[in-house]
Design a protein around this ligand. Structure first.
Ligand SMILES: Cc1cc2nc3c(=O)[nH]c(=O)nc-3n(C[C@H](O)[C@H](O)[C@H](O)COP(=O)(O)OP(=O)(O)OC[C@H]3O[C@@H](n4cnc5c(N)ncnc54)[C@H](O)[C@@H]3O)c2cc1C
Ligand code: FES
Length: 350
């Protein structure tokens, strides 16, 4: 079943108002946990009614930081982030599942990287940049960051980013977009990152060559949609854009479970064991498993974190995204948290 990890908070520091970094150390004799730049740790809290989970990206990078760190921004009325930012202390324990996530650097060295971040969306990008600027073999990769915040005080990691920019101005450039600050600071636009501004900066970075740029976005859905649409319109390929969002889209529809129709689900777990359970029509595969105390991996339950990905090897499912419903069969990767069985039997491999 899923491996659970226990961590001790060995340091807590403030990065900006309502933003804290927690430095963690694994408790006990657990084998070393590895993660890649851009991945996250699924934190778990257990209650009498079940578990609550949230994803928090590593702001650290294994190549530069001996201990992993998470950087958390408190969301107003957000109970998990409020607990982490305001309540937990050094010495406290945290439980997690294993690191997960697909917001990864390419395996081959890219030529140019464009990053677009807003607010805490900088956290996984910080982990990327630590790796990029550390790797000798990557020292000719050019990096451009467009980073949107309300003002400089709320800009997470500004100090570190400015230091990198000052140390290597020929390969790393940043533009901050401050929606609520007026100043004479350089590298700052006092505006929201609008479509016009984005297009202007993108074209200036790209020059006459478009195909060698890889773009990473981590921002709220509307900003990411604007960036993606602008890039498509300007002739960039979808495979040049990798994105992650932290916020579930509230438009995601949930179906009504119908116990009068039952599907059989068989799942091969990561350790090779097989489990079988029933799912009602209109019930997601993940929800059916959890209802019967079968522990499949998950974090967000909203189709955005990808910790629940499984490969369908038999049968048919419907994967319900916000803007489309896709019918998938054998060979497809599906998110169990937004997938509904269509055929009587469905077989999955984690
Ligand atoms: C892959 C991934 C990586 C993430 N990495 C980080 C990270 O490095 N640092 C970090 O601080 N957070 C990160 N998050 C977000 C985090 O998992 C939580 O969603 C966030 O902390 C809110 O949880 P909560 O319990 O405090 O809020 P909830 O109690 O779940 O929600 C309260 C209200 O806030 C809204 N809301 C939820 N999340 C957000 C959000 N991110 N922004 C704005 N409104 C929101 C909800 O719709 C709800 O209305 C990540 C999320 C994902 C999917
Ligand atoms: S649990 Fe996050 S995508 Fe399914």
């Amino acid at each position: 079943m899923e491996r659970k990890l226990l961590w001790r908070i060995i340091e807590k520091r403030w990065e900006a108002p309502e933003v804290a970094t927690l430095k963690l150390s694994l408790v006990g004799d657990e084998p070393m946990v590895t993660y890649e730049p851009g991945q996250y740790l699924p934190l778990i809290r257990e209650f009498h009614y079940g578990q609550e989970r949230r994803a928090y990206s590593f702001s650290s990078c294994m190549e530069t930081d001996p201990q992993p760190t998470l950087t958390i921004k408190r969301i107003p009325n957000g109970w998990f982030s409020t607990w982490l930012v305001q309540r937990v202390r050094e010495g406290d324990l945290l439980m997690s599942a294993e690191p997960a996530g697909r917001f990864l650097l390419p395996s081959h060295k890219p030529k140019r990287l464009l990053y677009v971040a807003a607010g805490s969306g900088i956290v996984p990008i910080m982990s990327h940049m630590k790796a990029i600027f550390h790797r000798q073999a990557w020292n000719d990769v050019r990096v451009r960051l467009l980073y949107a915040n309300r003002d400089s005080e709320h800009t997470i990691f500004k100090h570190q980013i400015d230091a990198w920019m000052a140390a290597q101005p020929e390969r790393f450039r940043v533009t901050y977009f401050f929606s609520r600050e007026r100043s004479n600071a350089t590298h700052v636009e006092h505006a929201h990152l609008s479509r016009d501004l984005f297009e202007q900066y993108l074209l200036a970075f790209a020059g006459s060559e478009k195909t060698d740029i890889l773009t990473y976005l981590c921002a709220p859905v509307p900003l990411m949609r604007m960036v993606r649409m602008t890039m498509r319109t300007l002739g960039f390929a979808d495979k040049q854009i990798i994105q992650e969002t932290f916020t579930p889209d509230p438009r995601l529809q949930r179906r009504q479970a119908d116990p009068s129709r039952i599907h059989r689900i068989i799942v091969t777990l990561r350790n090779g064991h097989r489990v079988a359970f029933d799912a009602y029509a209109g019930e997601t595969i993940l929800r059916a498993a959890l209802r019967q105390s079968i522990s499949l991996p998950y974090t967000c339950k909203s189709g955005i974190c990808l910790s629940c990905l499984a490969r369908c090897v038999r049968g048919e499912v419907e994967v319900q995204f916000v803007e489309q419903t896709k019918r998938e069969g054998s060979g497809a990767w599906i998110n169990t948290c937004i997938s509904y069985a269509v055929s009587d039997e469905v077989e999955l491999v984690l």
